[in-house]
Design a binder for this molecule. Structure first.
Ligand SMILES: Nc1nc2c(ncn2[C@@H]2O[C@H](COP(=O)(O)OP(=O)(O)O)[C@@H](O)[C@H]2O)c(=O)[nH]1
Ligand SMILES: [Mg+2]
Ligand SMILES: [Zn+2]
Length: 218
């Protein structure tokens, strides 16, 4: 008998994600899984986006170690809970449901999960989210959609961050956009700078519209 490990793992992860999805629905919250390499600007984006949204925002931070991002967000009044994976390179659905015990979230909250900085296996571990966003900084290079297609395939939107640095790095926006478009025609790409604030209103308006339509769906 042939054992297909990757398919069995995929089925198992999908079941765990469905359980989370049901829990989120029961709580009346919308969950966004934020995927990017280390240093792309995930925490900066959460920090800049939260004040632009009408909905309350809470955050689960996934990192191999430390509570640096959680401490920062809590100090800014954005409730955050830390998951330390102790070297693990992605979050898994049960870690998220367990972390929820640490919060008291009101209905209509947007829960942002800042996943471990990693463009590879985070794509294969759904957390029950209804919005999945992939973020890349221009300093990481324009080849990311070509090298890491899986993560872009599963996204609902792409954020291209650090656009203020474009004059200083060899980043070809057309090449990046073409790579994303080839994988997923029509996928929204938001060019932003968390440093200057450029593009953040377009991104947050899209996010707000998406949250409202998901809340209506129930
Ligand atoms: N120039 C520039 N730097 C940025 C921008 N966004 C984030 N950074 C910097 O990039 C570094 C990593 O940001 P952080 O939000 O911690 O990334 P994370 O590891 O993905 O959460 C920090 O030094 C940020 O100040 C941006 O839009 N432009
Ligand atoms: Mg971070
Ligand atoms: Zn991993």
């Amino acid at each position: 008998m042939e054992i297909n490990i990757s398919r069995d793992l995929f089925d198992h992860e999908a079941e765990l994600a469905v359980a989370n999805r049901k829990l989120f629905q029961k709580m009346g919250i919308i969950v966004l899984n934020l995927l990017a390499g280390p240093g792309a600007g995930k925490t900066s984006m959460i920090r800049s986006t939260a004040p632009l949204l009408k909905q309350p925002v809470a955050v689960i931070e996934g990192d191999p170690a430390s509570s640096i991002d959680t401490d920062l967000l809590n100090s800014l009044g954005i409730p955050a809970v830390q998951i330390n994976t102790e070297g693990g390179c992605h979050l898994e659905a049960p870690m998220v449901s367990k972390a929820l015990d640490e919060f008291k979230l009101e209905p209509n909250t947007l829960l942002i999960i800042e996943n471990v900085g990693n463009l590879i296996c985070t794509a294969g571990f759904p957390l029950g989210e209804s919005i999945r966003v992939v973020m890349v900084g221009v300093s990481e290079g324009d080849d990311k959609p070509y090298k890491y297609p899986d993560i872009f395939q599963g996204a609902d939107a792409v954020i291209l961050n650090k656009i203020d640095l474009q004059p200083y790095v060899d980043f070809n926006r057309e090449r990046f956009q073409e790579g994303v478009r080839t994988l997923r025609p029509g996928l929204p790409i938001f060019e932003v700078s968390c440093r200057t604030g450029r593009g953040l209103s377009e991104w947050s308006q899209w996010l707000e519209r998406t949250i409202i339509s998901l809340l209506k769906e129930g």
